[in-house]
Design a protein around this ligand. Sequence first.
Ligand code: NOJ
Ligand code: NOJ
Length: 581
Amino acid sequence: MRISSAFICAGLTFLWSARAQSSSVDAFLASESPIAKAGLLANIGPSGSKSSGAKAGVVIASPSQSNPDYLYTWTRDTSLVFGAIIDQFTLGLDTSLRGQVDNFVASQEIIQQISNPSGTISTGGLGEPKFNIDETAFTGAWGRPQRDGPALRANAMITWANFLLKQNNATYVTSTLWPTIKLDLDYVAGNWNQTTFDLWEEVSSSSFFTTAVQHRALRQGIALANRIGQTSAVAGYTAQANNLLCFLQSYWNGGSGYITANTGGGRSGKDANTVLASIHTFDAAAGCDSVTFQPCSDRALSNLLNYVNAFRSIYSINSGVANNVGTATGRYPEDSYMGGNPWYLTTLAVAEQLYDSLIVWKQQGSITITATSQPFFALFSPGIATGTISSSSSTFNSLTAAIENYADSFVAVVAKFTPSGGGLAEQYSRSNGAPVSAVDLTWSYAALLTAFGARNGVVPASWGAKGLTVPTTCSGNTGGGSGGGGTVSITFNVQATTVFGENIFLTGSIDSLTNWSPDNALALNANNYPIWSVTVNIPASTSFEYKYIRKFNGAVTWESDPNLQFTSPASGTFTINDVWR
Ligand code: NOJ
Ligand code: NOJ
């Protein structure tokens, strides 16, 4: 990492050189972006080289078929990937992608209609998170529903529809795209205040990312409906969009300066969920609006600082890195999935939020520092005062250059831990940076491409965030759910490889966990092997210890020490993900 010595500029000390954009990051992105594009396309059926068996337009999450098995199609991953593809095509960056987009639309029309464990098209089936790649229902146990999917799909398709309208293709938009989009918007308008699993498929409560993308979907949908004269739904969407915007504010934890990602879950709440929400609801026309948590808003920058800092001391690959230099970041600090490592797409999201911010600051010709964002800006200029810095001042140039370098330093982390060959897995090891978990994760490749685009100043189409105000009265924000009766439902998942005839059990320090009795220990099911699972009602707000045990031919083997420990949340449901020790 290249850090210049401090220098004095306009009376302020800057900790970075004024040189913008790192040449080593330039070189990495120049070589990696074609690899990412090819890797992404390889994972899309019917002809992607790594997606054999996938129907046309179906995005596989990853070709990995074991540990983890990601050879499925998730609506979230697919919609984010096609969001990126649609931006590339509609902004004229890659004109070869038209056929892919048509395949995406056609396959989603089919997938919407598949009856699945979340329901039918009219009874909640749109909230189903994942499907088989041959466009049939996945019927195994899973964290469902996940209500971000329909919103993300609508956001991608509306962006596509708006482009086609400019091409005078109103008939196709009205007769083909609109009915598909409307199904998703109706689902969002009707269900946004219902409990959902978060984007990481673990916490069942309300979730900032989900609320933010739902809000965007309705706003963008209202504008499209008006444009094509489909006005009957507009009043209803408007009422719920206002309620969503109200509810969105409730996640802001002003006292601590960050967005609490989920209303349930019993964690710190610092989570890439919030950074991803900011970049996927970026609207440059809205400036640094804090009500919609725009990337350069004071809230989103303070949140970014708190999120990044949550990983500084927990990953050994981050040790010794200065506070104003990028580090590896993951989903959330408490994560233990596949060892709880940094993820490529979350580290890239930090860079993208900063590049988006730079686009807006340069466009509006100023940076405003509030008491909320001051600690973020102080990374680059200790003691910097609140106020507005105009682009005519040299401070503006120094500060934007410093933040550009800071953004690049997150990409540099990704560059450092990208293996030769350029393949991007889901995670990279917290202790040595080696790739971990699913190989060739489609979403990782999309994240690289959108971060690169933002660094190059690519501005996605506006979705109508500009000038929104929070209504004075809000209703409907009852999301979050409750276990009721003083207990909460906790799902224990443990990843454990077993031999035939060997089974996994759970026991712990409280009655509902059989008071450490191996004889009475609760049996886990292996429906999703190698994940073993059991759901238990546990008293709310209660601290307990537990362990998994194996039983084979009458012999009991305990997990190694120490005991695992957990405090149940006050309400809601929760999922614990462990790996057998
Ligand atoms: C698979 C999910 O996709 C992942 O997000 C989660 O952490 C694990 N299951 C454990 O629940
Ligand atoms: C696990 C992630 O947590 C989830 O967000 C994603 O949809 C799936 N993997 C598939 O990539």
